[in-house]
Design a protein around this ligand. Structure first.
Ligand SMILES: NC(=O)c1ccc[n+]([C@@H]2O[C@H](COP(=O)([O-])OP(=O)(O)OC[C@H]3O[C@@H](n4cnc5c(N)ncnc54)[C@H](O)[C@@H]3O)[C@@H](O)[C@H]2O)c1
Length: 374
């Protein structure tokens, strides 16, 4: 199979998530990175591209979009892994030239940009993939499948949390600096950076949308301009209730994303730091564990599992599953057919929902945690 020619915007020397995207794109050998505008200045962009040995290195993303669209063998897809405030401008350039976009979350730094990008994606012939990577974990797919099959009954309660501790104090390195600068991060701090993952995970597993919320956001670190902790009550369509906690000031927590869902007939529990196991409690019965690629795992999970049970899979493989499903969709698009029904990567719609969630949290908190519509 010919590999999809991929470009990258962001992900230069010393960047974090660009390297993860590069690994994820190669795990199933579906992509080849051939072009990049990897950094914010031409000098750094050139140095970063050369360090990776990329064939075509550009000074900036606009130049890259224009030239690649004109090349006979130009890129077919681009990964956008810049800080949040650059997602819109970069994605727009590629979408309008028919180049598929694989963009990291949150979709944009403002709601206005998110709405404009949703329109641009709708008008474009290209696909838009949002790397809400936690939806690519097999045991998360398992949970979603079990909820959809009614195995825990009608959902009543959703508890989801994503605590971290790395912003417990004022930090001076670049990933911390842009994330605490509202001009680059957006109006939400922890809500935008990790609350959106928790929100998306709850939506993905339950299939329910949040209708309204009440958010109590804080910036505990003196001088910080965006929230670093949020307690958010959720009301879902159909009457389910939820609580979402996101925090970057919770010492002892690294990436402790966890979801618990309780229905009329049972409960499910999954934790990102122990991701190969899903706990299921049919009401009145002992708690049981379903293992990735092992006992109890259904088709949705097994289809995207790689190694036998007991050998851990995690963050990189989950990311790779999104990339590989995007590859399936790109190939189907190329051939003018629909991708297989199981292909379920997050889309622009999920991105817009995420930015609407951030906006609602900020609006609610400004009104002393009043209930607001999302
Ligand atoms: N899905 C996840 O698990 C996950 C994890 C971390 C980060 N992210 C998201 O990924 C994005 C990047 O985060 P990060 O931690 O890697 O940030 P980072 O600061 O480590 O890297 C950002 C990169 O973008 C480059 N850049 C900035 N402006 C640019 C421009 N105009 N053109 C080209 N390159 C430019 C920087 O030079 C740097 O190389 C953010 O949107 C973040 O929310 C997602």
């Amino acid at each position: 199979m010919t590999r999809i020619k991929l470009g990258m915007v962001g992900g230069g020397n010393d960047a974090f998530i660009g390297g993860v995207h590069r690994i994820a794109s190669r795990i199933d050998d579906r992509y080849e990175l051939v072009a990049g505008a990897l950094s914010s200045t031409p000098e750094k962009a050139q140095a970063s591209g050369q360090a990776l040995g990329i064939a075509r290195v550009y000074d900036d993303f606009k130049q890259m979009a224009i030239r690649e669209a004109r090349l006979k063998n130009g890129i077919e897809a681009v990964s956008i892994v810049t800080p949040n405030h650059m997602h819109y401008a970069a994605a727009r350039e590629f979408l309008k030239r028919g180049i598929h976009v694989i963009c990291d979350k949150p979709l944009t730094s403002t709601l206005a940009d998110a709405r404009k990008l949703a329109i641009a994606a709708e008008r474009s012939n290209a696909l838009f993939v949002l790397t809400h990577n936690y939806t690519g974990y097999p045991m998360v797919r398992q949970a979603r499948e079990m909820v959809a099959r009614g195995e825990i009954g009608k959902i009543r309660v959703v508890q989801v949390e994503y605590p971290q501790d790395w912003l417990t104090q004022q930090e001076d390195f670049k990933q911390a600096k842009w994330r605490t600068d509202p001009a680059r991060s957006g109006a939400g701090g922890s809500t935008g950076d990790i609350g959106t993952h928790a929100h998306n995970l709850a939506r993905f597993v339950t299939g329910l949308e949040v209708e309204s919320l009440a958010a109590d956001l804080d910036a505990f670190v003196p001088g910080r301009q965006v929230d670093d902790n949020g307690h958010i009550m959720l009301r879902f369509q159909g009457g389910a209730k939820g609580m979402l906690w996101c925090s970057q000031v919770a010492p002892g927590n690294e990436n402790a994303l966890r979801i618990r869902v309780f229905g009329e007939a049972g409960g499910l529990e999954w934790a990102q730091e122990d991701p190969n196991y899903l706990w299921h409690t049919p009401f009145g019965e002992p708690k049981r564990v379903i293992t990735r690629n092992g006992s109890g795992a259904g088709d949705a999970a097994t289809r995207i599992s790689r190694v036998p049970p007991g050998h851990p899979e995690g963050y990189l493989e989950g990311f790779a599953n999104i990339y590989s499903e995007a590859a399936d969709a790109i190939v189907a698009h190329r051939e003018g057919i629909e991708p297989a029904a199981e292909v379920m990567y997050p889309t622009i719609k999920d991105g817009l929902k995420g930015v609407e969630f951030i906006d609602a949290c900020v609006r609610s908190s400004a009104r002393n945690a009043a209930w607001v519509k999302v």
